[in-house]
Write a protein that binds this ligand. Structure first.
Ligand code: ZN
Length: 679
């Protein structure tokens, strides 16, 4: 049975994907869909679920299936050719979506289904699908005058171009800077694994020495461990001025104007639709309903954590002074002395922990944990085509041995791969016209230090948390039981609830039993010793006040920027960030810092006026986890309840209702503060 399903839904072929075919294929598909839509609207009299909604969902599924491998490759295997094709295709897609969502006839047809007698007998999935559809039509400006509609479409196209440009500038700026060091003494403090990579990078460019880069694995190690303060400053400056008018690559890939334009266009779009700001527009699809609610939530957390953060900063400042006589603690010293202080206080470093976490064992241990919680099983397959030799492919089975989906893992940093860690959809669970189910497929992407030579890759504990986080997104996407793609998995889930499952799973990285399953020391093979575990736990909330404030700074900057933007006032991005920092920050920021120029979450990702979602969802995940603290960390009953009430439900129900179904009450902030040690 497994095999038949597999045959019905062949997986994308990456290795032989013909780039030249992408654009013509897409154009042909769009033309066909446009023609089909015309026929559907003509024949659907009166419009029903079967004669209109289902066929439309199938077309959109077909389109996603074609596009998602392309968009994924653009993110992880970029080439000049692919970038050009991607940029040529993106406006076609945007145009098509805008056109669909502004189709008045289609809107009226969907509306008439909502008003029909049939609607009263709809399932919750059907009702929600229609409601979302109508909401999205309104948000897309379907009821605008024809002039306003044209303007709206123009703005959306511009916006999508600007967002792509933003991330291209960032990628180019990140890769555009390298620093060759020929005297190894200057690199004192750097872990051997980073030195090896730097040496290999230099060799690849036919040079002798060590090449430092702004790729995150190299930069994060350098800023934490380089003893040479001047070198740290140099790297810090290069990193925080990427894609800006400051620093060593000033104005070369400058995002300044792009950001201003993005915010301006978003504001105009929101106003065209009758919203007071883009922030209000953003909240129309979120769990937190009003700007006041978001601002109160964030300011409340600032108030509860600032005192802790100030104390932590004071401790750090004194430590740096006592260690090295540092009179003025600078931004490029923070990571370095933080790591030193962590070791002094808890005698545990991320690098020391790395020896215990071989990547393969971490994955295997994580799978065991998920198996105990949900009865699921992951099976690796090696006969599946992928885009890179380091990519692995897995099947996922539930407790009844039923196939539920597939996922690819691509864990290591390399050139032409976008920074960071994320989960993306390759396929979405969907009932196909022949009555079979298309299984969901996920991409799990990280940027860890890759294996060097024949040594297996090893992760820091931070990286282990990242894997759990992204795998949480994968499970949400893969374990869904909803057979309608716009509501299955993470689809239709409000942004501020999307991080709930991912952050929830991070808690298991701190559990002793779980850690025993994932650890084996590189020479002795022993699992994480108790003494080290105790230190790890003691260090868990180290500087958590500062960490909390940093997140709140980003969240407030993002939210207020999109709430208060006024086109009459001219450029406002830097000004807003300065204002938020004055209220929130306890750490020094040099004048040249241009963090915002690389803030992809809000300028090229989906988090605009929604970065607060991380904290919002953390309240949900902390509170949900506290049920496992009460009942036992592997409590099967709670695991089953989480699976059925959260992971399987997709976007069909309000997340608040789902949370209450799982926890028996509304979420409270207490567990988050307790878990962060801020009480
Ligand atoms: Zn996430």
């Amino acid at each position: 049975m497994k095999n038949t399903v597999l045959n019905q839904a062949p997986l994308p072929v990456f290795s032989t994907l013909t780039l030249a075919q992408i654009e013509p294929t897409l154009k042909e598909m769009l033309a066909q869909h446009r023609a089909e839509l015309g026929t559907l609207l003509q024949n659907a009299v009166p419009p029903t679920w079967e004669n209109l909604i289902l066929p439309l969902e199938q077309s959109s599924n077909q389109l996603n299936k074609m596009w998602s491998p392309v968009s994924h490759l653009h993110a992880v295997m970029e080439s000049e050719e692919l970038r050009a094709i991607y940029n040529a295709c993106l406006p076609l897609l945007t145009e098509y979506h805008t056109e669909m969502m502004q189709n008045e006839t289609l809107y009226q047809a969907v509306k008439s289904i909502a008003e029909s007698a049939e609607f009263k007998s709809f399932t919750p999935t059907q009702c929600k699908a229609i409601e979302n559809e109508l909401r999205d039509f309104r948000l897309a400006g379907v009821s605008l005058s024809s002039d306003a509609k044209t303007r709206f479409a123009e703005l959306q196209k511009k916006l999508s171009k600007l967002c792509t440009q933003f991330s291209e500038n960032l990628l180019d700026a990140t890769q555009g800077w390298t620093l060759l060091v020929t005297d190894v003494n200057r690199l004192k403090g750097l872990p051997q694994s980073t030195l090896d990579i730097a040496q290999e990078a230099a060799e690849q460019h036919g040079k002798k020495g060590w090449e430092l880069t702004l790729d995150y694995p190299c930069y994060s190690m350098a800023i934490k461990y380089l003893e040479n303060r001047e070198l740290r400053r140099q790297m810090y400056e290069a990193y925080v001025t990427r894609a800006s008018e400051q620093g060593p690559q000033a104005k070369r890939w400058d995002n300044s104007q792009i950001m201003e334009d993005i915010v301006k266009i978003r504001c105009e779009l929101a106003k065209l639709l009758g919203f007071a700001s883009f922030a209000e527009y953003s909240l129309a699809t979120k769990m937190a309903k009003t700007p006041e609610r978001v601002l109160t939530f964030l300011h409340d957390l600032v108030a509860k954590s600032k005192m802790f953060a100030e104390k932590e900063m004071q401790e750090l400042t004194q430590f740096a002074e006592s260690q090295d006589g540092i009179e003025q603690l600078e931004a490029w010293d923070l990571g370095y002395y933080t790591e030193k202080l962590r070791i002094a206080k808890y005698a545990v470093s991320q690098e020391e922990l790395r020896a215990y976490f071989p990547a393969n064992k971490v994955l295997a241990g994580m799978f065991t944990v998920m198996g105990r919680l949900f009865g699921i099983k992951m099976v690796e397959r090696t006969d599946v085509d992928t885009w890179h030799p380091q990519v692995q492919f897995f099947e996922i089975y539930d407790g009844d041995n039923q196939l539920r989906g597939y996922f690819y893992t691509d864990l290591y940093a390399r050139k032409h791969k976008r920074d960071g860690a994320w989960m993306d959809e390759c396929r979405v669970r969907q009932m196909l016209p022949d009555g079979t189910v298309q299984y969901p497929v996920a991409f799990l992407t990280c940027n860890f230090t890759r294996p060097i030579g024949d040594k297996p890759a090893r992760l820091t504990h931070d990286e282990v948390q990242t894997v759990f986080h992204e795998f949480g997104h994968c499970l949400h996407h893969l374990l869904t039981q909803v057979n309608f793609s716009s509501l299955s998995g993470i689809n239709g889930v409000p942004w501020d609830a999307v991080e709930f499952p991912s952050q929830f799973f991070e808690f298991w990285c701190w559990d002793k039993e779980t850690l025993a399953l994932m650890t084996a020391h590189e020479t002795t093979g022993e699992s994480l010793p108790d003494a080290l575990y105790d230190k790890l736990l003691a260090a868990k909330n180290f500087q958590s006040g500062m960490h909390m404030l940093r997140q709140l700074e980003f969240a407030l900057f993002d939210f207020r920027l999109h709430l208060e933007f006024d086109p009459a006032k001219g450029p406002q991005v830097q000004h807003m960030l300065d204002e938020v920092r004055a209220e929130v920050a306890v750490v020094p920021t040099p004048k040249f810092n241009r963090f915002q120029h690389s803030f992809s979450h809000i300028f090229s990702g989906g988090y605009a006026a929604g970065y607060y979602s991380y904290k919002w969802a953390e309240v949900l995940s902390s509170d949900a986890f506290s049920r496992f603290e009460e009942k036992g960390i592997f409590d099967r009953e709670s695991g089953r309840a989480y699976l059925h009430n959260i992971l399987e439900q997709g976007g069909v129900y309000d997340p608040m209702d789902l949370f209450i179904a799982f926890r028996g009450r509304e979420p409270k902030i207490d567990a988050l503060l307790r878990h962060s040690g801020l009480v």
